[in-house]
Write a protein that binds this ligand. Structure first.
Ligand SMILES: Cc1cc2nc3c(=O)[nH]c(=O)nc-3n(C[C@H](O)[C@H](O)[C@H](O)COP(=O)(O)O)c2cc1C
Length: 234
């Protein structure tokens, strides 16, 4: 996906990371790892992804799974006591963004129950915060497939809730030996693939978030107001 650069890779045009970022419209991302443990490989991966998003011109709200601690979903609790603080924090922070990025461990060929429980709480809000919001899924695992099966299962509730889950996902295999001392990836090909996946996702979020601005500017340039009839000609 070439996005605003018309199919050309901006790096091949001699642009630096910061020159790419400076041409973007504002886009905001809620980013977190679904692992609770301090030494999490998924938290390392989401930190790297957050750095790459910022380098490429996005704004990051970086969260920890512990920020969204919630009890097991119980409809009686929701209807009696209301939403727990962790669910309130999650929905409030998600609602302030254009998109979300999750790095999730794979547990028993699926994704962690703690994340499913958080999604269940979030699904009870109206408006429902995942609906029409873009999402990118990452995973890291010591296994040879990098926890990718967990991401396929994570797509199911997210897409059920109307999230626009990006078709490409990134799964880091043998993740315990994949990071260098600075938090980057040792393998340059993998680092490039992560970057390309992130930039393609950012291009999509930017286009979808700011399409209406572009349309308004185009009609202003032509001197025509955007009406129902003229809008069809776009
Ligand atoms: C309960 C449990 C189940 C797991 N199941 C899988 C699995 O199905 N596939 C896999 O690749 N790794 C599995 N693992 C290994 C995790 O991928 C590994 O512990 C990983 O480092 C967890 O992510 P984190 O480092 O972000 O906490 C499992 C680990 C636990 C604790």
């Amino acid at each position: 996906m070439g996005g605003q650069f018309g199919g050309e890779n901006p790096m091949s045009l001699g642009m630096t990371d910061s020159s790419v970022g400076s041409q973007r419209e504002p886009i905001r991302f809620l980013m977190f790892s679904a692992s609770l443990r301090a030494a999490s490989l998924n938290t390392r991966l989401i930190r790297l992804a957050a750095e790459r998003i910022e380098v490429n011109g996005g704004t990051v709200d970086f969260a920890l799974m512990h920020d969204f601690d919630v009890p097991s979903f119980d409809q009686d609790v929701q209807e009696g006591e209301g939403f727990p603080a962790g669910a309130e924090a999650f929905c409030s922070r998600l609602n302030k963004t254009d998109a979300f990025v999750i790095a999730s461990p794979e547990y028993n060929a699926s994704f962690p129950g703690a994340l499913k429980n958080l999604i269940d709480w979030a699904s009870r809000y109206r408006p429902q915060p995942f609906n029409a919001r873009h999402g990118l899924l990452l995973s890291a695992s010591p296994s040879m497939v990098g926890g990718n099966r967990g991401l396929w299962s994570l797509r199911v509730p997210l897409e059920h809730l109307g999230a626009r889950v990006f078709p490409d996902m990134f799964s880091l295999a043998q993740a315990q030996q994949a990071f260098d001392g600075d938090g980057g990836l040792v393998n340059a090909q993998l680092a490039d693939r992560l970057d390309k996946t992130i930039v393609a996702f950012m291009d999509l979020v930017e286009a979808d978030t700011h399409y209406h601005c572009a349309k308004k500017a185009w009609f202003e340039y032509l001197g025509e107001p955007p009406t129902a009839e003229t809008a069809r000609e776009q």
